[in-house]
Ligand binder design. Structure first.
Ligand code: EAX
Length: 325
């Protein structure tokens, strides 16, 4: 009996030590600042995980490029020094070219279609592909449809883009899109306010929330609702770290990030009309109905480019193009 008691005491003491090691802090990286789309996902995820794990997990959000740009955050996730990230689709394609499939220009016609495909089996294929590069793909949230802004002239069709110095994300695809449109694209990591302000670049392209949160209305006169790329965030964890967790903790994290993504997509979309009105009030000149057919025609050759030549990428692109018909 004494022996049994002793063993029990030892077991209790050991589990107390295990408990004392908690909470475990999940380090999550975003390049953007509080109020940005990525941060809204991160913040919601933090609330959900901390509430649901009963104190076992805390989430620390590293934001505002404090641990580097999006490429650098992804590298740290691969190395295991950061656990998770909410990362824009663009820079992800230097890690896995399959990501170019979802950033294909004029792919999705609206939000409902984007959700249906990204939350379905084709989206899942992309998330699973990331495992080859050390990432556990968890789900997609959104930056949204990207629009062009610039300081030189009103852009109503691709001819007006000719020669504009446009900052693009660090992505071979985004560079190729703007080359095809006749611009002079410069890849640059986020943030880019100073470069716009100083005129190092004439313009940039991003969803409406960016113009609001980063106050681009102060420094960019023209905006065109080109909606040329639907830009998701890919929410990832380091594969080795994620696989090392007990199954129920993996499920907790996955469910929380998926719920945070759904929350953020809804939140982002409901604010868009108000943002457009605000940007106009602030003096931005907005071309709301540019010649989209002409833009589409200029980029139609992209699917034949080297960017898409890897057979598995080519294969997924053709299935994706069929799925959006
Ligand atoms: O959300 O680099 C970019 O243009 C991204 O869209 C950025 O993360 C802003």
């Amino acid at each position: 009996m004494k022996k049994v008691c002793l063993v029990m005491i030892m077991v209790l003491a050991m589990s107390a030590t295990a408990l004392a090691a908690k909470p475990f802090t999940i380090k999550l990286g975003v390049v953007t600042k509080p109020g940005a789309a990525q941060n809204i996902v991160a913040q919601k995820f933090k609330e959900l995980v901390e509430a649901r794990s009963d104190g076992a997990y805390m989430v620390k959000i590293y934001h505002s490029a404090s641990i580097g740009n999006e490429t650098e955050i992804l590298q740290q996730i691969q190395m295991g020094t950061i656990h998770m990230g909410v990362i824009t689709g663009g820079p992800f394609d230097t890690f896995d070219p399959i990501v170019r499939v979802i950033n294909y220009p004029f792919l999705f016609k609206d939000h409902a279609q984007a959700d249906r495909i990204l939350d379905g089996p084709l989206g899942e294929e992309i998330l699973e592909s990331l495992a080859t590069y050390g990432f556990k793909g968890l789900c997609f949230s959104e930056n949204g449809f990207r629009n062009l802004t610039n300081n030189k002239r009103a852009v109503t069709g691709p001819d007006d883009v000719k020669g504009l110095k446009i900052r693009v994300m660090s992505s071979a695809l985004h560079k190729a899109i703007w080359q095809a449109l006749g611009a002079n694209p410069t890849p640059m990591p986020w943030p880019i306010y100073t470069e716009l302000e100083q005129g190092v670049i004439d313009g940039q392209e991003n969803p409406l929330w960016v113009m609001e949160v980063y106050k681009f209305y102060e420094i960019q006169k023209h905006m065109t609702l080109t909606r040329h790329v639907y830009s998701p965030h890919i929410n990832v964890a380091g594969l080795n770290w994620f696989n090392s967790l007990p199954a129920e903790d993996q499920a907790l994290i996955k469910d929380a990030v998926r719920e945070a993504a759904r929350f953020q997509r809804k939140d982002n979309r409901k604010k868009n009309a108000g943002r457009l009105a605000m940007l106009k009030e602030q003096g931005m000149q907005v071309v709301e109905n540019p010649d989209i057919a002409a833009f589409r025609e200029r980029v139609a050759g992209l699917k034949q480019m080297d960017l898409y030549q890897e057979p598995r990428v080519q294969d997924l692109l053709s299935r994706m193009l069929e799925a959006v018909q």
